[in-house]
Design a protein around this ligand. Structure first.
Ligand code: TYD
Length: 199
């Protein structure tokens, strides 16, 4: 099973990664936790670049997919073949949300890259943590130094959120929207409902 987590920066997905891992392990599954951009030695170097160096929006998109190409080959496919549950903190929906929604690249361009890099692979389920970017920004303000994406203006994050929600409408079977505005235990309850529906 291939599971991805998505959402605007600060929507809370990171707080639930460990909980998700434990949920599957408690049910006897082996779990592979990973992330994008990153997840491999090459991917982590590309992550450093793309999170901190200014660059053209298309360069950014190409780097995301270059890192993804490596990630799929080195981590995702082998782990799935081995029967593991793969949980990735972000995947291609993030490229549609950030590079198309946020930066304004045409979706057709990204669809070409998606088709090139993983025509025959999609997550089985995507948990989309949805939260107003203004609230997400408040939550993040005290926790860490912002990267290039987190420093973008609120317009950018509103476009990212809208693009994610459009994806959820487009793929209602795969993408489950989690209301990230509630308390932690209520978010967990929503997650448990989704996970139980998979079993
Ligand atoms: P994020 O999961 O937010 O890392 P952290 O929690 O450590 O800050 O991911 C880093 C950023 O990368 C995030 O702002 C979204 C961006 N991103 C894209 O713009 N496109 C992509 O395809 C991916 C995978 C991530």
């Amino acid at each position: 099973m291939f599971i991805t987590l998505e959402g605007v920066d600060g929507a809370g997905k990171s707080s639930h990664l460990g909980w998700l891992e434990t949920w599957f392990k408690a049910r006897g599954r082996r779990v592979r936790m990973t992330r994008e951009p990153g997840g491999t030695p090459v991917g982590e170097k590309l992550r450093e670049l793309v999170l901190h160096e200014a660059m053209h929006a298309e360069t950014e998109a190409l780097i995301m997919f270059a890192a993804r190409r490596e990630h799929i080959e080195q981590v995702i496919r082998p782990a799935l073949a081995d029967g593991e549950v793969v949980i990735s903190d972000r995947f291609t929906d993030a490229s549609f949300a950030y590079q198309c929604g946020g930066r304004g690249l045409p979706e057709a361009r990204l669809a070409e890259l998606e088709n090139w890099v993983h025509a025959d692979l999609q997550p089985d389920i995507t948990l989309l943590f949805d939260l107003a970017p203004e609230i997400a920004a408040l939550r993040m303000a005290t926790t860490r130094a912002p990267d290039r994406f987190e420093r973008e203006k609120s317009d950018f994050h509103n476009r990212v959120r809208a693009a994610y929600l459009r994806r959820a409408e487009q793929f209602p079977g795969r993408i489950r929207v989690i209301d990230g505005s509630c308390e932690l235990d209520q978010v967990r309850r929503q997650l448990a409902t989704v996970l139980e529906s998979l079993a």
